[in-house]
Design a protein around this ligand. Structure first.
Ligand code: GUN
Length: 296
């Protein structure tokens, strides 16, 4: 059997369409335009690409996009002062500080200075705690995108065995919380897990977020399982650069029931969910109903 391919690019386009329609209604009925501010410190080339792609998508769905590009030697005090201004600005509903920050800046301190209601990354310690206790929060974009694809594919996730490989604060841990919230039986596995292959073979839903190219091979996948590949790894093959996931796609697709490709799987969903989170934050800030199907 060859797995169904979960088309993240098409799904992300659908989510962006729903966000755009909601944004248009907000403008028409309430005269409100959601606004997203992205802060980039330094000149990391990958971050510059992410930030400009975020800005473009924000404008495309009809939102206000503000970019603050600061020099690499920006002081912590200056960065905190900018965040304080954005916190107080009622035309800004979402604030994202692009990570990683230069080494002299304390990322935790900076992230925790963002108003939790505007923390569209869901990285603020208050949002982490709210998610962990099953309360309304801002949810990190990548795991939210994975959850949306899983709900779309399965309908209910209740009772399914989910294994998340990877324990990062950005993906692994919030992914596990979201799956638990949808009543999965959840295991978090990682590089030190004993007999990782056997643990993975117990998964109806297998989420790979370890950051190791093609680590999850077909023999680690339960027949018919749904495999979500969060990895984006640039490797050299046959003298050419190539993007691969954390899953060995060719072997896994022969065993899985459904699988996300890299590129074109989880990746496009992350920015779509950033826009969804900005819309959600705007609705909450204005006491309006939240968009359906775009939150956890
Ligand atoms: N750098 C890489 N991914 C992300 C992300 O999702 N959010 C932020 N703020 N920075 C990142």
């Amino acid at each position: 059997m060859t797995a169904a391919i979960i088309d993240g690019k098409a799904f992300a386009a659908k989510v962006r369409g729903e966000v755009a329609a909601h944004v248009a209604r907000l403008k028409e009925e309430h005269g409100i335009q959601p606004g997203l501010a992205v802060v980039l410190v330094g000149e990391d080339p990958a971050s510059q690409v992410y930030v400009s792609s975020k800005g473009k998508s924000t404008v495309e769905v009809g939102m206000k996009s503000v970019e603050h590009k600061l020099p690499a030697d920006t002081s912590e005090a200056d960065l905190l002062a900018l965040i304080a201004r954005l916190n107080a600005d009622s035309s800004i509903h979402g604030i994202l500080v692009q990570l990683p920050l230069p080494g002299h800046l304390n990322s935790e301190l900076v992230i925790n200075s963002i108003d939790p209601a505007k923390d569209v990354d869901g990285f603020h310690i208050s949002n982490v705690g709210l998610l962990g206790t099953g309360q309304k929060s801002m949810v990190p974009c990548t795991p939210l995108g994975c959850l949306m694809m899983l709900r779309d594919h399965h309908g209910s996730l209740a009772g399914l065995n989910a294994v998340v490989v990877g324990r990062s604060n950005i993906v692994g841990k919030p992914m596990a919380q979201l799956l638990l919230g949808d009543s999965c039986t959840v295991t978090i596995a990682h590089s030190r897990t004993k007999d990782l292959a056997a643990v993975c073979r117990g998964a109806d839903i297998l989420v790979a977020a370890v950051g190791r190219p093609e680590m999850i091979t077909g023999d680690m996948v339960k027949p018919g399982a749904t495999v979500i590949d969060v990895g984006i790894n640039r490797i050299e093959r046959d003298g050419k650069g190539k993007l691969v996931g954390d899953v060995h796609f060719d072997s896994a697709k022969e065993v899985a029931g459904a699988i996300t490709p890299v590129p074109g799987g989880v990746g496009p969903m992350t920015i779509a969910c950033l826009l969804a989170n900005t819309l959600t934050a705007c609705c909450r800030a204005n006491g309006l109903p939240e968009p359906k199907g775009l939150t956890a």
